[in-house]
Ligand binder design. Structure first.
Ligand code: SAM
Length: 296
């Protein structure tokens, strides 16, 4: 057993760092599990990341897609869906909705959740760089830190080709990712890296990044350690998971969109809110790119 000093703040979550209260430190004994894959613990991820206004975010995605399509969205696919909070909400609204993820554990878990609700939704185990299907969608979307899992420029170009091939003519790709300010450590952070969530007596404290993180300025990849401290029945287990994320600059992002030739950028926003343009101001907390598929 180890001794762990953890900070508790049940109201805190990662996408609202400026609005949380100070943490209160406590000390508990814990078991340590190292080298777990971050996404091999879907039930823990599901608690840790269940802090979002999923209905509001799906309202935004439907609205922005309708504007681009000129009609309501009829079909959508979530890339790197994890437990598919949003894809399940699309399905509840009667929209054809699928989710795609590389992790077999996540996909099995998502299928279980969708089946429990009897949702007509496919959870597809596949890579968002290379998946191809006869089925086409009006909208593809990718949320939270998932786009940063595309580590190289080629990964991003492959993703653009993959998504364009999955979309109907005139289809829309919405990318929601971290504001470059957060990646580059400039100014006030928007995304929190330490937060606590609780569900049914299970408390999950997440730390996105630790002391031994390393950034390679040539590859632009951050090697970080994600840790989940899970307390259930008074026993705490800490899972340490190595993770790799790309620090993509906005200029490189734009260059890759242009190089790919598969999309036109229709709108750049600083939040899931049309009234917040992308800028370097603090109000602009994320990078939201709304892209229309180009006809070749
Ligand atoms: C931060 S989670 C996001 C989950 C979910 N979209 C959400 O909003 O909570 C990132 C997900 O990306 C998936 N992933 C990473 N690389 C991938 C790839 N190349 N293709 C498909 N999924 C990938 C992981 O398995 C993980 O479930």
């Amino acid at each position: 057993m180890h001794e762990l000093v953890i900070a508790r703040s049940p109201a805190s979550h990662p996408e609202r760092s400026r609005r949380t209260r100070d943490d209160e430190a406590i000390s508990v004994p814990f078991r340590l599990h190292t080298m777990t894959r971050t996404y091999s613990l879907p039930h823990i991820y599901d608690i840790a990341f269940d802090f979002r206004d999923v209905k509001g975010e799906v309202d935004f995605l439907c609205h922005i897609a309708k504007k681009q399509l000129g009609r309501p969205v009829k079909s959508a696919i979530e890339l790197a869906c994890g437990p598919a909070y949003h894809a399940r909400e699309f399905a509840r609204r009667g929209i054809v909705s699928d989710g795609l993820d590389l992790s077999p554990e996540m996909i099995a878990y998502t299928r279980e959740l969708a089946n429990k609700e009897r949702l007509a939704m496919n959870a597809i185990e596949a890579d968002m760089r290379w998946y191809r299907s006869e089925k086409k969608y009006d909208l593809a979307y990718i949320l939270i830190a998932s786009f940063a899992h595309l580590l190289t420029n080629q990964d991003i170009l492959d993703n653009f080709n993959c998504v364009a091939d999955l979309l109907n003519d005139g289809g829309v790709y919405v990318i929601v990712t971290a504001h470059p300010r957060d990646f580059w450590g400039v100014g006030e952070r928007y995304a929190k890296t330490h937060w606590t969530m609780e569900r049914d007596g299970v408390v999950v404290i997440t730390d996105w990044g630790g002391d031994n993180d390393r950034f390679d300025p040539l590859t632009e990849i951050d090697d970080v350690t994600v840790s989940f401290a899970v307390t259930e029945n008074s026993e705490t287990t800490v899972h340490k998971c190595p993770e790799r994320l790309r620090r993509l600059s906005f200029q490189t992002f734009q260059a890759l969109v242009q190089l790919s030739g598969r999309f036109e950028t229709a709108n750049l926003l600083g939040d899931l809110d049309e009234s917040v343009p992308l800028s370097s101001e603090n109000e602009s907390g994320r990078l939201v790119a709304v892209m229309g598929k180009r006809n070749l």
